[in-house]
Structure formats: C-alpha cells, structure tokens
Design a protein around this ligand. Structure first.
Ligand SMILES: C[S@@+](CC[C@H](N)C(=O)[O-])C[C@H]1O[C@@H](n2cnc3c(N)ncnc32)[C@H](O)[C@@H]1O
Length: 217
C-alpha cells in the first residue's frame, strides 16, 4: 500500500511549488503543445467539462475555449490561485483531494494532464471508478501524461524507487512524490480490464495522449 505520508508529501510539494511551477513547466511543455492541442481540439472536449488536478491553469485556458463550462478541481489552493490569474469566465475552481473524491454529478468530458503518473497502482482502480461516476454515459475521458522517456529527468527515491521520486524546490526543500511511468500499452491493458476502450498514442517524444470511453455502450 502506498503510505499516506507519500500522498501528503506529494500535495505539500505542489502547494509549495505553485508559485514556481510555470517557470519550469512551461518551457518543458511548450515544445509539445501543438501536438497535444491537435488531439485536444478533436471535438471530443465540449459541453460541460471536468478538469482534474488543474494546477496553474496551463490546460484550463485551452479547455475554457472549447467547453461551455469547466469545473476545475485541484488539491492545492495555491495552484488554484495561480490559475485564477487567467480570469477565465466559464471556469469554476474547487479545492478537492482527488484521493478522497466522490463526484456529486456528471460531466460530458473529463480531462487531466500530468496527473495519472501521480496516482499509485493501489489507488488506480478507485480513481478510475470515480472518473466513471463523473462521466455522462456518452462522455469521454482524455488525458496527457509522460512516457518512460521522461524517467531520465527524475531523481530516484531511495525508499520506494518503483513508485516515488524526489523533487527539490528552489529554496532547497526536498519532497517525495509518486511517479509511476506507464507505457501506452500498459495503460491500455489496465484500462481495458477496468471496462474502458482507449486510444493512447505518444503524440510527441515523452508525452502520451489518451482518449477513453466506457466500453459497454
Ligand atoms: C504535475 S501537476 C499537473 C498540473 C496541471 N494539470 C498541468 O499539467 O500543469 C499535479 C497537480 O496535482 C495536484 N495534486 C497533487 N496531489 C493532489 C491531490 N491529492 N488531490 C488533488 N490534486 C492534487 C497538484 O496541486 C498539482 O496541481
């Protein structure tokens, strides 16, 4: 079982990193942005959209342009404060721990980027069950994540090298966070077993894009 201390440390890390997130994330992500946007704009994302782990709003601003309304959930109030800078008129932000989340309604589409690798294997099925409960019957789930190619950027954790990595902030503070690298094939197998039909492609070296629907329709 993944200990709560690792899950808590992960959220602490992102809370503390919020103000410095974009300085590293934007130059890292921007070279792949066009490839990702091509899939994001393939007309699946529309209507009422739920974004999970919305962070500083890097993706929220694009979702906002495609959706009628976006509900954006993140566990960190600091991240939400960063995202509010975009002043997106059709986005409702809510602070929510996604490891303790029961959706209270359904959306047309669910999107998340750079979140699933932070979901450990023993919380994977429960997370996807919650996503299923958040989706309308004809809805779609899309997500962006890293492939194994990006493992080279990470500092291995001494205690749990298969599940965790170590991240440092500018001020020298060091945190343990979950980072599970799953290939498109591994994700497809696991999600098929959970009743999803997915198309998962590496759209840019190091970045995958997935489009998933409940299989039984
Ligand atoms: C790698 S960032 C991704 C942010 C954004 N989706 C992006 O692509 O830039 C991970 C996000 O997950 C959030 N997070 C971490 N633990 C969480 C938890 N337990 N519940 C909800 N959000 C959490 C962090 O605050 C952070 O915004």
């Amino acid at each position: 079982m993944t200990g709560n201390s690792l899950i808590d440390s992960q959220l602490d890390y992102y809370r503390a990193r919020a103000a410095e997130y974009d300085a590293t994330f934007v130059p890292y992500m921007d070279p792949a942005l066009d490839s990702v946007l091509e899939r994001l704009r393939a007309k699946n994302i529309r209507g009422e959209v739920l974004e999970l782990a919305s962070g500083t709003g890097y993706w929220t601003r694009h979702l906002s342009g495609l959706a009628d309304r976006v509900t954006a959930l993140d566990g960190s109030a600091e991240m939400i404060a960063e995202a509010r800078r975009y002043a997106l008129p059709n986005v409702d932000f809510r602070q929510q721990d996604l490891f303790d989340w029961t959706p209270e309604r359904r959306w047309d589409a669910v999107f998340f980027a750079h979140w699933l690798a932070h979901v450990p294997d023993d919380k994977f099925d429960a997370f996807w069950a919650a996503v299923g409960r958040a989706l309308r019957p004809d809805g779609v789930v899309e997500f962006v994540d890293v492939t194994d190619h990006e493992r080279r950027l990470e500092q291995k954790d001494d205690q749990e090298p298969e599940v965790a990595v170590r991240r440092n902030l500018k001020d020298g503070r060091s945190f343990r966070i979950v980072k599970v690298f799953r290939s498109p094939a591994q994700l497809e197998e696991r999600l098929t077993a959970l009743g999803w039909t997915c198309r998962i492609d590496e759209v840019h070296p190091g970045f995958l894009y997935a489009t998933c629907r409940p299989a039984a329709r």
